[in-house]
Every structure is written in C-alpha cells, then in structure tokens.
Design a protein around this ligand. Structure first.
Ligand code: SAM
Length: 272
C-alpha cells in the first residue's frame, strides 16, 4: 500500500489537537511516529488522506475516533506488580497505619487496571492478616475508554500476571480453560474493591480525594515539562500530607511546587 503523504502542516495540526485535548506532546522528531501509527487507521477507515482524518479528529461529535487516535499514539503497557519495590514499600507503610484507619488509593493512568488490581490483592492480604481494616478502596482512572472497558472485565493474558505469587493466583484469580486457556480472570472479591472511571489528567479534576496513596506511573512521558509540573501538582493536591506518591522509576523527579521527599526510586512522600 502506498505511503500516505503527510505534510508538516498536517503534522502540526494533529500535534496541536493532541496537546490541547490530552496534553500529549509531540515535537518534530515524532512526525514519523504519528505517520506510522495513524496511517493504518486512515486506510482502515477508507479515508484518502491525513486531511480527511484531521476533519474527523476536529469534529467533537466524533469523540470515539479521537479516543482511538490517543490509544494509537500512546502505549498502554502495564503488568501486575510492576516495580515490586513500590509494592513492598506500600505494604510496610500500610502495616504502620493499623486496622481502624480507612485507606484510599488512586491509580491515575491505570491502563488495563494491573496496578490497581495488584494493590487490591496486596490490601486484601493485609486485611486477611488483620493489618488493615475493611474500609479501603481503590480508584483507577485513565483517559482511554477502551482500556477501562477491558479493565472492568478483569480478564488478562496469563503473562501479565507473571509477577503474581502462586498463593495470590490461587486466592484471587481463576485460570481459563478450553477457549479461555491462557487467560486469567481476577475474582469478583478483588474487582469489587476497584472503581474505574474515565479521567483526563490534563483537564481539571476537582473534588477527587483525599487519597492516602497515589500512583502516577509511566504517563508523564507523554507530557511536556510545564504540563508535567501542572499535572503533578494537581495530583499531589489530592494526596493527604504524609501520603505516598509513586512515579515510574525511569521518570526521575519531576519539578513541582508541592514539597515532597524522596523515599526510594520513584516513590515520594508528600511533606506534612
Ligand atoms: C504506560 S500506561 C501506564 C500504566 C500504569 N500506570 C503502569 O505504570 O503500569 C500509560 C497510560 O496513560 C494513559 N494516558 C495518556 N494520556 C493521558 C491523560 N492525559 N490522562 C489520563 N491518562 C492518560 C494512557 O491511556 C495509558 O493507559
């Protein structure tokens, strides 16, 4: 199939739409990435050019296609117990709280929910041991409607649970058989502790929280420096003083106005 022409102007229009609506930042070096990720979609829709696609992206009644473009231009990669040291720290932290305290966790940019369900398994174990009470909940949000639909179903390819211990797999998961072989269903007792919702981190999200712990891992890579700082400060505003804040370990420390103290790589405590 012939490569679709893609002018600098068309690149700029798409980059501007993505920045305005989702905070995604694409500099000139990303022109070929946008071309390669969106061209197959344009062909699939039977459109003739990037100009036709831009018309759809700019049409507010075609929100589903905008969502599709965001999905194609970002990665949803995630897996259970990613960055195990973060979960070790969380467990140590919760163990100091005692069973009477209610606990609220936010997995911002949750993708398919692996992070939220991992946290729910950890907390369910701690509740079973009497280290925390039953009053805990997890909110998991993402900009992508598609990943949220899948997250709510709680069905995952086995490989994504490779870091889940055999005991947790037995306690909280069901292995598929027959046509579902190779898939794992997270049991209802874990799924019901996680509430999923659509949320664009680059738009206001007043009224959320306060949370004891917030995960904001592996999403800031898409944002430019001012957007990163703005998002981090607004997310930190939802965190209780003394609460833990997790970024991806590769993301380093993001400049923000809110005072935070590093704990381990990728983990910070909001100053009291
Ligand atoms: C690589 S995944 C991170 C998943 C998980 N936090 C982890 O670290 O394993 C990045 C997620 O960020 C989401 N995302 C991108 N831009 C966003 C925005 N403006 N608001 C909310 N979520 C966004 C994408 O849809 C994707 O699911």
């Amino acid at each position: 199939m012939a490569a679709l022409p893609f002018s600098d102007r068309e690149f700029k229009v798409i980059a501007d739409i993505m920045y305005e609506a989702a905070g995604l930042s694409f500099n000139d070096s990303k022109k070929s990435l946008i071309h390669s990720r969106l061209s197959p979609r344009i062909h699939k829709l039977g459109l003739q050019s990037f100009a036709d696609y831009i018309e759809i992206l700019g049409d507010e009644t075609q929100g589903a296609e905008f969502q599709m473009a965001v999905d194609l231009l970002t990665t949803n990669e995630t897996y259970f117990f990613r960055e195990p040291k973060h979960y070790d720290l969380l467990q140590q932290e919760f163990a100091t709280y005692g069973p009477s305290r209610s606990l609220h966790v936010w997995s911002a940019a949750s993708s398919f929910g692996d992070e939220a369900y991992s946290t729910a398994m950890l907390m369910a174990d701690m509740q079973m041991r009497g280290q925390i009470g039953a009053g805990w909940s997890i909110l998991a949000t993402d900009i992508s409607h598609r990943v949220l639909l899948s997250a709510k179903e709680g069905v995952f390819p086995e490989d994504r649970l490779r870091a889940v211990s055999p005991e947790r797999l037995r306690r909280y998961c069901l292995r598929g058989e027959g046509p579902s072989q190779g898939q794992v269903l997270v049991q209802d007792k874990i799924r019901q502790k996680v509430q999923f919702g659509q949320l664009n981190l680059c738009k206001p999200f007043d009224g959320l929280g306060p949370f004891d712990v917030v995960f904001l891992r592996n999403v800031l890579i898409y944002f430019d420096p001012p957007t990163k700082t703005d998002v981090v400060d607004r997310v930190l505003a939802t965190l209780k003083p003394g609460g833990l804040f997790f970024l991806g370990t590769a993301e380093g420390r993001v400049p923000c106005k809110t005072p935070i103290t590093p704990v381990i790589p990728g983990a910070f405590r909001k100053n009291a």
